[in-house]
Design a protein around this ligand. Sequence first.
Ligand SMILES: Nc1nc2c(ncn2[C@@H]2O[C@H](COP(=O)(O)OP(=O)(O)OP(=O)(O)O)[C@@H](O)[C@H]2O)c(=O)[nH]1
Ligand SMILES: [Mg+2]
Length: 303
Amino acid sequence: MFNQLNRGLSNFFKKITIKEFSPKSFRKLTIKLNDILVQNDVAVKTAKAICKKLEEKLIHTEHARFSSLKPLIISNLRDVLLEVMAPPENIDILRLVEEKKSKNKPLVIMFIGINGVGKTLTIGKIGKFLQDHNYSSVFAASDTFRAGSIQQLQKHGEKLGIRVIAQEYGSDAAAVAFDAINHAESKKIDVVLIDTAGRIETNVNLMAELEKLKRVAEPDLIVFVGDALTGNSLVSQATLFHEKIGIDASILNKMDADVSGGAAVSITNITQKPILFIGTGQKYKDIQSFHPEKIIDQILSKK
Ligand SMILES: Nc1nc2c(ncn2[C@@H]2O[C@H](COP(=O)(O)OP(=O)(O)OP(=O)(O)O)[C@@H](O)[C@H]2O)c(=O)[nH]1
Ligand SMILES: [Mg+2]
């Protein structure tokens, strides 16, 4: 994971030549750093924030402790990345389930994102995750748009022993979600996971469908699902979905592939929303909670 960004930064560290401790030499350094970050899919705004924070930290660091500049820069960059990747607030999904349960209500989560990013598989993974923690769930087949989507979700439901609430293809996505929520309330099911059709963020009709879904289902969480392989465009997708629909968290899938790493660094900084999980493969168990420190270790590890 993150080989590209890791290599870019390793080369950058190797080439650090400044000996002098001055704002001017730090500026020179962060101009180079900015290029490497942006080349590796870190969003422009995030790269800028990283460089600015790093310069400030370097200027204010007591440097007598360091025999050379390199470890000083690496250790400060680590702190800066942690700051930039930390959301203002974290979400504990199991705590939210408990809170709703105490009010005799299901937690309702809606998953949105463009085609093929892994929304439907993620619903299967989260269904399994909830089972593992002794919580029940029901799936709402609110992707009534793409051929085969309902069967795909039903297959996951069968494998996991989780009920899927579905209607016909072409039926109203919001009505399906509404049915699923009613079902969960009457059967005392803990969580409703709503699948939606993949859509390009610029498709006005499909975005209107999502707005209606949100209005009717009143989800407790709207989760943006993204494919880490799409690099920088992932950040613009998340931004648009956030502007049009509003998101509470993200899930980054396909982190098992050789992703550049930039998307994982930027997405929280840009949306100011936490990453709930990362997807690391095609099996139900391939889902992990997100720990920025682990990602940063990989980005900064020596290879
Ligand atoms: N390697 C890998 N593949 C994944 C991951 N998540 C999803 N996939 C694969 O990506 C493909 C698309 O997954 P879906 O769950 O169908 O994606 P979707 O967002 O529901 O797609 P649409 O319904 O077309 O919008 C499938 O082949 C999944 O197995 C992941 O974390 N790692
Ligand atoms: Mg799908």
